[in-house]
Design a protein around this ligand. Structure first.
Ligand SMILES: Cc1ncc(COP(=O)(O)O)c(C=O)c1O
Length: 341
């Protein structure tokens, strides 16, 4: 780990290192369909980070909660969509650190499934003791936060604001660390990986991996699958800006533009809206490997990886790592996508 990274305030929350496993049955199944062959496939199990059903946010929250504690805050506030995994994991991290938690959830996803607004992450948010404020899709976030912050201040609370998805420089440090951890695992096992593929949304995961790559050149290239917004170029620009700020804070070389690779084509009709490819990917991983993906992020990301392989964009002689970023509690909010019961 770099000295600057090691010196940052950090609250240990995650089970690390997460396992690096292989996906032999997925590879075998794809081999029957892929004309150009299939790379050896690995899965980095960040769904097993261990905090409240795990996921990528645990790594970010180690640094965010560390900062909140260092600042003497007693309450954490964050925001997201109704089924935000980040919100659920923030509520868990706050509980574990003895802090109060306020979640402002905007009802922005047009999905109308029967369990979407009561089960999955929302159920867990309640169980974790967070105060959950649900706002309409068209609510003005700035006004809502001002109201909540004023209310907390009038109660004498000192609030720490964790950004959407945990994606500022502080949270992004968690994925700098993840890149270094993965590079160590690959090196110890003598595996030269060409790519690490993952779902990208608020961008901290990808920005952190890219900044990590600057500290450990020669490791796998980072390939994000856009599961978030229509304008992929604008999203890549934002991720690049965050990666540059993060690398700067670490005194690392600054990542050039082209290091941020973001694949469009797997978002479908929008963030949180199911696609047929996502459903197939979720079912395939469950049935071939016993691994649960999620409907919003890792399912669409795996659909992307499978699409790239079937399109001949990954070489059979490569080793490719799929970063499983978690999110499986979201399956319960999308129950009817996967079962007729
Ligand atoms: C399960 C899961 N995977 C991937 C992501 C995307 O990570 P990021 O927001 O850092 O791009 C998120 C968060 O938004 C998530 O909850």
């Amino acid at each position: 780990m770099s000295d600057k990274l090691a010196a940052l305030p950090r609250k240990r929350l995650a089970h690390l290192p997460t396992p690096l496993d292989e996906l032999p049955r997925l590879r075998e199944a794809l081999s029957e369909m892929a004309e150009n062959g299939v790379p050896r496939l690995f899965i980095k199990r960040d769904d097993c980070t261990g905090l409240a059903f795990g996921g990528n946010k645990t790594r970010k929250l180690e640094f965010l909660i560390g900062e909140a504690l260092a600042q003497g805050c007693d309450t954490v506030i964050t925001a997201g969509a109704a089924q935000s995994n980040h919100a659920r994991q923030t509520a868990a991290a706050a509980a574990a650190a003895g802090l109060d938690c306020v979640l402002v959830l905007f009802d922005t996803v047009p999905y109308q499934g029967r369990d979407y607004r009561r089960s999955g992450n929302l159920l867990l948010d309640d169980l974790l003791g967070a105060r959950v404020i649900v706002e309409a899709a068209d609510a003005d976030p700035a006004k809502v936060f001002e109201r909540v912050m004023q209310e907390l201040a009038s109660q004498g609370r000192k609030a720490y604001f964790a950004p959407v998805g945990g994606s500022n420089v502080t949270g992004t440090m968690g994925y700098v660390n993840a890149y270094l951890e993965l590079a160590d695992q690959l090196e110890a096992r003598g595996i030269a990986a060409s790519h690490i593929v993952h779902g990208s949304s608020s961008g901290g995961t990808q920005a952190g991996l890219v900044a990590g790559q600057m500290l450990r050149p020669g490791g796998p290239a980072v390939l994000g699958i856009n599961v978030y917004r229509d304008d992929t170029q604008a999203m890549a620009n934002d991720i690049h800006a965050l990666a540059v700020k993060t690398a700067e804070a670490l005194g690392a070389d600054l990542p050039p533009n082209e290091v941020v690779a973001l694949e469009a084509g797997y978002l479908g009709d929008g963030y949180g809206v199911p696609t047929a490819q996502m459903r197939r990917a979720v079912e395939t991983l469950a049935r071939l490997e016993g691994v649960f993906l999620d409907p919003v992020y890792s399912g669409k990301a795996m659909a992307g990886l499978i699409g790239l392989i079937l399109d001949g964009r990954m070489r059979a002689e490569d080793n490719v790592v799929f970063l499983h970023t978690g999110g499986a509690p979201g399956l319960f909010a999308y129950a009817e996508e996967f079962s007729d019961r």
